[in-house]
Design a protein around this ligand. Structure first.
Ligand code: BGC
Length: 363
């Protein structure tokens, strides 16, 4: 591993710095990728996460558009919502913490109710190795031995982040396993495009390219049915304010929490397509999410505490301050393999999935 990387070619550069230490002394580093316009992303070794992301508003003013913390230890509390972290091996929920794959039964950690959420969090709350850096990219790597947290296969996951000249943050997830297995990687950033510490997510406009969502039971676990969005408070097929209907009662939404649901993207294959568009009209910042995955979880931070005070300075992580747009296979696909669109990892073949966060400005 290179120790200190400053590559000035074309003015794009990746810089490494020390972020801080976890309570157990583990050191966490930051890798900053800056593009020619001065926009930049800071990635951290903890959970291969996005720690900050500064992009311009309509006047060229850079602001941080993701929530997070100044202290790495704060990221490791699951109640803080996996801010910016990569989730593996399987994002979102697994009913009854078990599934059968290729005839074998696998048991995953029970870390909520009777189910698994985000595979117990190990991929998010441990440091990753940095395998490679280039002018505008960083590759993180984590090895997970066979049956770690109950998942099959000696499994290596790489996440390559590239930050381009036109303010696109590209995430390529690359997985190798010595056995056929399952994978559902995502990134759990919460976006707030306002650049204003007092603003919550309700003020943002959102569009999601979806006509259906995965129906859930009272524990937010998929039933296997798809529900139609049209005419419901969950419908974002036309762009409107997140706050417009967030408090309306609906069978798939928990009162007081608001959106925390999987949208089934309007696509028939695993090609890159636009999944969602988030806009903050005051600042003019716009985010388009592209992915080759079939689903996206819209989570508006409704489980976060209203009284949290930790964050990045006065940019605090708390209830409804950000929207997570988690590209994913539908939650619990491992228990609905014949019904939900699926792709699995084949032994000794690279499994790859790509998501892009494309930033621009509107007038
Ligand atoms: C889940 C939420 C959860 C959050 C943080 C989201 O993917 O859907 O229910 O609170 O992650 O763990």
């Amino acid at each position: 591993m290179k120790k200190n990387i400053i590559d000035m070619r074309g003015l794009i550069m990746v810089e490494k710095s020390y972020f801080g230490a976890l309570d157990d002394g583990t050191e966490i580093d930051l890798y900053k990728i800056t593009n020619k316009s001065g926009a930049y992303v800071k990635l951290q070794t903890l959970g291969a996460g996005i720690q900050s992301l500064y992009v311009p508003d309509k006047n060229g003013v850079l602001s941080d558009v993701v929530l997070g913390f100044d202290n790495p230890q704060d990221y490791t509390d699951p109640d803080h919502g996996y801010q910016g972290l990569v989730v593996g091996r399987w994002a979102n929920r697994i009913r009854d913490a078990k599934f059968t794959f290729n005839g074998e039964e696998y048991h995953t950690p029970i870390n909520q109710g009777r189910w698994t959420l985000h595979s117990g969090g190990r991929f998010s709350f441990t440091p990753w190795e940095v395998e490679e850096t280039g002018d505008d990219y960083v590759v993180f790597k984590r090895f997970s031995p066979d049956l770690e947290d109950g998942f099959g296969g000696n499994f290596t996951m790489r996440v390559k982040y590239t930050f381009t000249e036109d303010n696109t943050l590209r995430l390529e997830y690359m997985i190798m396993s010595d056995k056929d297995t399952v994978a559902n990687p995502t990134n759990h950033s919460y976006f707030n495009l306002s650049g204003n510490d007092d603003e919550i997510i309700d003020s943002h406009y959102l569009m999601i390219n979806a006509d259906y969502f995965t129906e859930t039971d009272d524990d937010q676990l998929p039933t296997g049915e798809l529900g139609e969005l049209k005419g419901t408070m969950m419908d974002f097929s036309t762009m409107h304010k997140i706050g417009e209907h967030i408090n309306e009662p609906f069978r798939a939404v928990i009162d007081g929490v608001g959106y925390d649901n999987n949208y089934c993207l309007r696509k028939k294959d695993f090609t890159m397509q636009q999944a969602a568009v988030l806009e903050h009209r005051g600042s003019g910042r716009r985010l388009e999410v592209y992915t080759d995955l079939p689903g996206i979880q819209l989570y508006c931070g409704g489980w976060l505490d209203k009284n949290y005070t930790a964050g990045k300075g006065t940019n605090v992580v708390k209830y409804r301050r950000g929207a997570a747009l988690e590209t994913q296979f539908y939650p619990d696909t491992v228990n609905h393999q014949d019904v939900f669109p699926a792709r699995f990892v084949k032994a000794n073949e690279e499994f790859k999935t790509v998501t892009e966060f494309r930033f621009s400005v509107i007038d």
